[in-house]
Design a protein around this ligand. Structure first.
Ligand code: ADP
Length: 438
């Protein structure tokens, strides 16, 4: 599919290039022709003026004296008197007498310019009528323009040749650049494909479990519900997994479309962290893990409380999940000059450098089978990372395999004016760092 798009882009680019090149060449040729024509006409007018001026004296002498000036341009002329007979002339090409006579008889308005061919030679002519004391005259000045025309033709063919050469060189370049510009789209497309495949796979697993459990229940049609709670519990638990996965997928989709709404307000971050420790206590207790609350009080933050709570919860949940029984998990909240740091420390299985680089990727699980059993689908850290980034922060990981990990959410600090808090007013937040929520 991408090869076809790449080919189409190259063809399209090449066509556009050819069209522009042709337009440019013909415009240039037109301008060259137009300016040569104009200067040629100006030259003929000048020569005619000088000849007419010279007519006041001795025509032959005056014109001969001008020859030195115009000789190099190769003008020729015929001076006709009122009875259409030649009074004077300077001609190299005798055919011009016949052509000049024809123009004279055309009886059109003069002065006028015309271009004509005689004997395979192209001429530009200028015909003007004038009168002096001696009578009425018609002057025709001619200039051969075949060389001029061949220069224009030469310029056009030269430009066309350069154009064709450039197109030949630019086709492979355009093909290469089309490939380069398609690369990020290709990667996103591959990512989407992988994402859909992973999401369907993750949804299929609980669905299969639910279907199997329903089949079992169908076989026990006459049995009481009480005797089959095990199967119903399985169905309930898998439905919950599916519901959570769907809501996570929805959140990621909204994040990708930039349509995730953030409910930004000033809130007590310390209180939120204390509350989370209380909430996770039972989970930790079940694994005999000591959950330590090292949260500094009176730390406030401007952001979406529920989303940040979700991020910290993901980190705490992972810390408990990936720490063996009788281990230790600690939630710390501190405030520096510029940052607020929420750190989740554990004495768990830890991560290698390679794993650390991958944990934020969607559906990534270090130990696929074991982590699936613990309920994780590999979306948690991706979601947490997105939320934290939306608050202008980042998640840092320090970890040593089999020793433990520290996941730190580093957020830009917001300053609260304590007096407004004491007065019972809404906290006024002055961000110290540049901080925007996308
Ligand atoms: P999951 O839902 O599988 O936990 P996450 O995105 O939250 O997905 O985490 C991705 C993977 O990172 C996990 O499967 C696990 O292998 C690893 N991981 C996350 N937190 C920790 C931790 N505190 N200690 C060790 N490994 C962790």
């Amino acid at each position: 599919m991408f090869a076809e798009i790449k080919r189409k882009i190259t063809v399209f680019n090449t066509l556009i290039l050819i069209i522009f090149m042709c337009m440019f060449i013909f415009l240039l040729a037109f301008l060259v022709k137009w300016s040569l024509n104009l200067s040629g006409e100006m030259y003929l007018t000048d020569v005619a003026k000088e000849i007419i001026n010279a007519e006041g004296g001795s025509v032959t002498e005056s014109v001969e004296s001008m020859d030195s000036v115009h000789e190099k341009f190769g003008y020729q002329y015929i001076l006709w008197n009122s009875s259409n007979t030649v009074k004077n002339m300077k001609l190299e090409d005798r055919n011009l007498i016949t052509k000049g006579y024809e123009i004279l008889l055309e009886n059109t308005d003069f002065p006028r310019f015309n271009t004509f061919m005689t004997d395979n030679l192209e001429y530009r002519g200028y015909t003007i009528k004038y009168s002096n004391n001696a009578g009425d005259y018609t002057l025709q000045v001619f200039q051969q323009v075949s060389t001029e025309r061949s220069i224009v033709a030469y310029v056009i063919s030269f430009l066309l040749l350069i154009g064709a050469g450039s197109v030949a060189v630019l086709i492979p370049i355009s093909y290469f650049l089309a490939g380069k510009s398609l690369q990020p789209i290709k990667e996103t497309f591959e990512d989407q494909k992988k994402f859909i495949a992973n999401a369907s796979h993750e949804l299929r697993t609980p669905l299969t479990v639910i279907q199997t459990n329903i089949e079992v229940l169908k076989l026990k049609e006459d049995d009481t519900i009480c005797n089959n709670t095990k199967w119903l519990d399985n169905i309930a638990s898998e439905s919950e997994t599916m519901a959570q996965l769907i809501s996570e997928l929805l959140l990621l989709a909204q994040a990708e479309n930039h349509s995730l709404e953030m409910d930004v307000d000033n809130f007590d971050l310390s209180a939120m962290c204390h509350q989370l420790v209380d909430l996770m206590e039972t989970l930790a207790h079940d694994k005999m893990i000591s959950l330590i609350d090292s949260v500094e009080d009176e730390i406030y933050f401007k952001g979406d409380e529920q989303r940040l709570k979700q991020s910290v919860r993901i980190l705490l949940d992972n810390a408990i999940k990936y720490t063996k029984e009788e281990g230790r998990v600690e939630l710390c909240l501190t405030q520096g000059k510029r940052h607020v740091i929420i750190a989740v420390k554990d004495t768990g299985i830890g991560l290698t450098e390679e794993e650390k680089a991958k944990v934020f990727s969607r559906f990534y699980r270090v130990d696929d089978a074991r982590n699936r059993a613990s309920g994780g689908v590999g979306l948690g850290l991706n979601i947490a990372d997105f939320i934290v980034k939306s608050h202008g922060g980042k998640i840092k990981i320090e970890s040593t395999p089999n020793v433990g990990s520290t996941f730190s959410i580093v957020l830009p600090r917001s300053n609260i004016k304590p007096e407004s808090k004491k007065n019972g007013h809404k906290n006024e937040v002055v961000p110290t760092d540049d901080f925007t929520i996308e």
